[in-house]
Design a protein around this ligand. Sequence first.
Ligand SMILES: C[S@@+](CC[C@H](N)C(=O)[O-])C[C@H]1O[C@@H](n2cnc3c(N)ncnc32)[C@H](O)[C@@H]1O
Length: 272
Amino acid sequence: MDENAARSARIDTTTVHSARRYNYLLGGKDNFEVDRAAGREIERLFPGVGISVREGRYFLRRVVEFLAGEAGIDQFLDIGTGLPTENNTHEVAQRVNPSCRVVYVDNDPMVMAHSRALLTSSPEGRTYYLEEDLRNPDGILGHPDVRDVLDFERPIALMLFAVVHFIKDDDESRAIIRRLVDALPSGSYVAMLHFSTDTLPPDLAADHRRRTEAGQTDAFSRTRDQIAEFFTGLELIDPGIVVASEWRSDVPEGQRARHQDVAGYGVVGRKP
Ligand SMILES: C[S@@+](CC[C@H](N)C(=O)[O-])C[C@H]1O[C@@H](n2cnc3c(N)ncnc32)[C@H](O)[C@@H]1O
């Protein structure tokens, strides 16, 4: 998108946006210089970040294949959509079951504009795009179009991929997730990818802690135990909370990403 078109479309090209920075880190082109500069700074601090974000996307693909396949889920609520890339949630789900329905939610208008244009559903299924904030779960759950696309009487998969780590406060994050999970019927799933420095080299983890204390980052690391708390009351699907690249990996052991290059845990839980 050129900068003039972006401005007229209500898109701020002067401040870093996490979706566009992520797009840069994934090798995409939907970003502006301010996002690329921020991405280059992360690459300088954490050279493994490219591996980490790609592993996050592979984890998403495996999770959605599991949910739409083995778990028999055909409704998805994907909050923190990100800019369209390869293997978007509805594409993976509808490859398994073309009638899957996906509601995408993001608070970035550029994500929504691109998603509406590019993430078109199979004829049998449906996709819907809502510009809303994760911090306003009632605005998501109560939206009439969300209720029209998703049937809250039947199991739904709530996807929170690389988005909860933007909410610094633990109590607020827990309350948001509890509110969302409470609205889901029994048999629903919650899948999460959450940033963590647990497995990074200690100097990188310490540097991130310093930056967090100095207010220099918008991505807040949580430990495995803190992430586990989000899943209280849910049954963890095997293999539980693991470095994202390990979750039901289809790569032979010995050829997988090193844990020091993967800054995040992956987990899927089922509401009993
Ligand atoms: C790092 S990207 C992850 C994209 C995708 N889920 C993935 O895993 O590849 C984070 C996305 O969450 C969105 N986001 C960040 N904070 C949000 C919030 N409070 N409410 C809704 N979306 C948010 C950003 O705009 C961005 O699109």
